[in-house]
Design a protein around this ligand. Structure first.
Ligand code: KMH
Ligand code: ZN
Length: 279
């Protein structure tokens, strides 16, 4: 089995992690820009971006995204993938705002999921609107899959509306309380359900599932997402020093298996994104 270089995506900010729980969480635009640059140096190629107000609360405000994008862009060529998931309870219009900034990629969850004690709402009308907006703008969706049926929803969108790029990119998010766990058989099953020839994929283990999902994804030849949005610890009970420390560990483990990290430009080629012109 020949494997492409490893694409590490950093979910560095999120909407739910707090400074109280993780003092190294980047919040301001400058902190996010610096974090993205450190993660890129450590081996990351994509930054999954959420933004916060100065008080740390989550927002999908376009101007707050624009400020973070500027700080990232002045420091690094990392691929920026804006979130359209936002935070629980946000309206579809709120969540769609960062697409106006023409990011290279954006997340798209194709189905409603239980999310701890809450519900992450993504009905068919919302999915269709988000997908067709991304398609019209040439923004590559990352299908964020929390439950198996969400794969079928994504494939139905592609069938109904046509592709949103030369490849479909998937992120299997495993271990959210209320949705699928990060057991190896779950990831193997999900990977088996996507069209291999026209797909690229990554996997995310939430909380204590971070390392099991990472190791399974590496063994299956996939890519890895990690970061303080998904997991705040380095070891059980030991907080991570920051996103770059988590990136560096996975880069080291992959190198031991003979798999190098993709640079952002190499990731653009693997994902068949348009070449980056620095804007
Ligand atoms: N914050 C979660 C409710 C995404 O970014 O697209 C959803 C989320 C997914 O983070
Ligand atoms: Zn997210």
């Amino acid at each position: 089995m020949t494997m492409d270089k490893l694409i590490i995506t950093v979910a560095g900010v999120g909407a739910e992690t707090t400074r109280e729980a993780q003092p190294n969480l980047p919040i301001s635009a400058q902190e996010i820009g610096e974090d993205a640059a450190r993660c890129r140096e450590a081996g990351a190629a994509i930054y999954h971006l959420h933004v916060r107000r100065p008080d740390g609360s989550p927002t999908q405000d376009k101007d707050v995204f624009a400020a973070a994008l500027t700080e990232i862009r002045t420091r690094t060529d990392i691929i920026v993938q804006t979130s359209t998931g936002g935070a629980m309870g946000m309206t579809a219009d709120e969540r769609l705002q960062p697409l106006e900034l023409d990011p290279e990629m954006a997340s798209l969850t194709t189905g409603t999921a239980n999310f701890g004690d809450e519900v992450f709402f993504n009905d068919t009308a919302l999915m269709r609107e988000f997908y067709t907006r991304m398609q019209a703008k040439g923004v590559r969706p990352e299908f964020e899959i929390f439950e198996a049926g969400q794969i079928e929803n994504a494939l139905r969108l592609v069938k109904q509306f046509g592709p949103a790029g030369p490849l479909m990119h998937w992120d299997f998010v495993l271990g959210v309380p209320g949705s699928m766990t990060g057991e190896p058989r779950n990831l193997a099953f999900l990977v088996d359900r996507i069209p291999a020839e026209t797909s690229t994929w990554t996997a995310t283990g939430i909380g204590r599932w971070h390392m099991p999902v990472t190791m399974t994804a590496l063994a299956l030849g996939g890519n890895v997402r990690l970061g303080l949005e998904d997991n705040i610890f380095y070891h059980k009970g030991v907080l991570a020093e920051g996103n770059a420390q988590l990136v560096a560990r996975v880069a080291r483990l992959a190198a031991e298996w003979g798999r190098e990290c993709a640079t952002p430009d190499e990731a653009r080629r693997i994902l068949k994104l348009a070449p980056y012109d620095g804007d």
